[in-house]
Ligand binder design. Structure first.
Ligand code: C2E
Ligand code: MG
Ligand code: MG
Ligand code: MG
Length: 294
């Protein structure tokens, strides 16, 4: 009986795996066509200055509106795009779209200080020699200042091809483009590399922020990253702030920037305009903070 059961379960897993493989192949094929068909949309999640309680800009987060499968979240297609190489085209598209949008908002609304935009890059993007030319082209075309752009990379990148990465980061720095380390604390976390690279920002991974405020050891991780940032002269951004308790504790620690559902989910551009650039007078306690205008 036991034998029969295990035979059945292995058949079940084979079938499940078969479906998974088919799904993946279909995803790969669809990804290649999705860019031409303009099925991607850039969403924007506001990033706040936690001390001033003011939004300072956005992180660009891509969404895929698949014609038959509907909405597919990035966690389900970014890794496939990375493996097939589509990620390079996708990220170039996001870079251009998001920079155009930010430049447009900066022109349309007279803000006290220009909005900033953070873009996620994958390892493959940084291995393309044409990346810096492409960034130069987009900045020139949109007339966006280099210091309005932050490139988010992950720790694994800093470990691979160190010399080339140092060169590339120096080219970003000479344009005043900022570099942030995304998901900080989840990668190799070799502190030895940090001072060797001209990076500007540490982004505390959401998993640490989620468990923050429980009074246990997780608190110390957030605490330690904020202190590390201060000592190395890097700004720190907390990701995934969902409760006022988390916000207050981060403010107490002196964490400079933050984003999360407490402030806003990532939203389509039209929604951002409606919420952040209009109705300034009707500021209730739950209304999102508007951008400061001149
Ligand atoms: P990430 O760069 O770490 O982005 C933050 C993720 O946390 C986003 O997920 C965001 O929606 C989510 N998030 C923000 N605040 C909260 C919160 O308070 N609670 C919870 N539960 N989640 C929150 P998203 O948009 O699903 O993106 C997932 C990942 O996909 C990103 O993680 C990023 O690594 C990747 N990704 C997204 N867009 C792009 C892109 O254009 N290019 C590349 N290469 N990767 C991208
Ligand atoms: Mg990010
Ligand atoms: Mg990321
Ligand atoms: Mg993250």
């Amino acid at each position: 009986r036991a034998k029969a059961a295990s035979k059945n379960s292995s058949q079940f897993f084979d079938a499940a795996m078969h479906t998974q493989v088919l799904n993946r192949v279909a995803l790969e094929t669809d990804l290649r066509k999705a860019l031409e068909r303009e099925e991607f949309v850039v969403y924007y999640q506001p990033i706040f200055d936690l001390q001033e309680n003011q939004p300072i800009g956005f992180e660009a987060l891509v969404r895929w509106q698949h014609p038959t499968r509907g909405f597919i979240p990035p966690d389900e297609f970014i890794s496939v795009a990375e493996e097939t190489g589509s990620i390079v085209h996708l990220d170039r598209w996001v870079l251009e779209k998001a920079c155009q949008q930010i430049a447009n908002w900066n022109q349309k609304f007279a803000l006290n200080s220009p909005l900033k935009i953070s873009i996620n890059l994958s390892v493959q993007d940084l291995h393309q020699a044409s990346l810096i030319r492409e960034i130069d082209r987009v900045l020139a075309e949109t007339e966006l200042a280099g210091n309005c752009l932050t490139l988010e990379i992950t720790e694994s990148l800093l470990i691979s091809e160190i010399d080339r990465t140092v060169d590339l980061l120096a080219q970003f720095a000479s344009r005043e483009i900022e570099v942030g380390i995304d998901d900080f604390g989840t990668g190799y976390s070799s502190l030895g590399y940090l001072h060797r690279f001209p990076v500007n920002n540490l982004k505390i991974d959401r998993s640490f922020v989620a468990r923050f405020g429980s009074g246990n050891r997780e608190d110390r991780v957030v605490d330690t990253i904020v202190t590390l940032g201060k000592q190395l002269g890097l700004s720190v951004t907390a990701e995934g702030i969902e409760t006022t308790q988390q916000l207050e504790q981060l403010q107490k620690l002196g964490c400079e920037f933050g984003q999360g559902y407490l402030f806003s989910k990532p939203l389509a551009a039209a929604e951002i305009e409606r919420l952040y650039f209009s109705n300034r007078s009707s500021a209730g306690s739950t209304a999102p903070k508007a951008f400061p205008c001149a």
